[in-house]
Design a protein around this ligand. Structure first.
Ligand code: SF4
Length: 347
């Protein structure tokens, strides 16, 4: 594919690709290149607003992976972090899956390696391994059942009560599941997301006090709000104002609050990565959506820049590869989850 004048401005630096402004020329070039490659662009809710706006679909990781499997396009450009693009590849092995910058990792997914999981399983040989979707393909391949935040309780409840459960990698989601199921034989890996660990109980409590009429949205889907989910359950924010919602549920709830008669909601506090605010403000322009922690920005998500997306479409890189055997085993753990219950919200 020919290098364009715009693409020559792309610069690679320590924080990722830069040098291109997301203007009309860029948008037209992205659309032209995507059509040339027969590519569908998917963007996670926590992407930069300009990336969300140019994408064909915006949503949470699992919903996007299922869209990737359903669309006719030969190529999927996954604007998100690496484990998400891997999940899309696992569910669409025949398609070419590209990520605009393969360096976009995830501190939660990186908190357990396949070797660490093998060693943990050796300590509990009869245990059932339940893994959150924020894990690498290799970890999913060693997993019995995947889960999302929306269905983690349901998945754990489906396991024979006599068997140990190894739950990974998020300790906040694990604590939430243990509290809800009352299960003593649930063993929890001590992983966390560096972004959401920063949304702490003191901050939530202070926000609840200083915004006495605001509602609180906690997004349980990406793995990114699990610490807030735990804290809401602990009573750090008044329970009647807490809405534990998937991405789709959050957008639906925002629209319904906007159209509600009587006392309309004026303000909603959002306990998740700040990229979510863009879709919420578009869905319900009359409501003031504010972040519980406006520093809750994922540097990995933000590595998918306008320059990175342009380079991706020009060069056909970075391609995501998952070993066929690993993909088949990982696919089984995702499919088992889908058989057990609703995997969570869509867009
Ligand atoms: S916000 Fe946290 S869990 Fe989500 S992609 Fe970034 S590091 Fe991973």
């Amino acid at each position: 594919m020919a290098t364009t004048a715009l693409a020559e401005r792309v610069h690679d630096g320590p924080a990722g690709y830069s040098g291109v402004f997301p203007d009309a020329e860029w948008a037209a070039e992205i659309a032209r290149l995507a059509a040339e490659r027969n590519a569908t662009i998917l963007a996670h809710n926590y992407q930069l607003p300009e990336i969300q706006d140019i994408a064909d679909h915006v949503g949470d990781s699992l919903a996007l992976s299922r869209i990737a499997a359903d669309v006719d396009a030969e190529t999927i450009v996954f604007c998100g972090v690496h484990f998400m693009a891997e999940t899309a590849k696992i569910l669409s092995p025949a398609k070419t899956v590209l990520i605009p910058d393969a360096r976009a990792g995830c501190s939660l997914a990186d908190s357990i390696t396949a070797d660490e999981l093998r060693a943990w399983r050796a300590e509990y040989p009869d245990a059932v391994v339940v893994s959150y979707v924020n894990t690498t393909a290799e970890v999913k391949a060693l997993t019995d059942i995947c889960c999302t935040s929306s269905n983690a309780v349901e998945v754990v409840e489906s396991v024979d009560p006599a068997r140990d459960v190894l739950f990974l990698p998020d300790q906040f989601l694990g604590a939430h599941v243990k509290r809800r199921t009352g299960r003593e034989n649930l063993h929890i890996w001590a992983g966390e997301c560096h972004v959401h660990a920063a949304i702490n109980g003191d901050e939530l409590t202070a926000q609840a006090r200083s915004h006495p009429d605001a509602e609180l949205f906690v997004h349980p889907e990406c793995g990114c709000a699990t610490s807030a989910l735990y804290l809401a359950g602990e009573g750090a924010f008044p329970a009647d104002r807490v809405h534990i919602l998937s991405t789709g549920g959050m957008i639906t709830e925002a629209r319904s609050l906007r159209s509600a008669v009587g006392a309309p909601t004026k303000q909603v506090l959002v306990a998740t990565e700040i990229g979510m605010l863009h879709q919420l403000r578009k869905a319900a322009p009359g409501i003031d959506f504010e972040a519980v922690n406006d520093r809750a920005s994922c540097k990995y998500m933000k590595m998918i820049t306008p320059a990175a997306l342009l380079r991706c479409l020009v060069e056909g890189r970075d391609e995501v590869h998952v070993d066929a055997d690993v993909a088949a085993r990982a696919r089984s753990s995702v499919q088992r989850m889908i058989e057990i219950g609703t995997p969570g919200g869509g867009e």
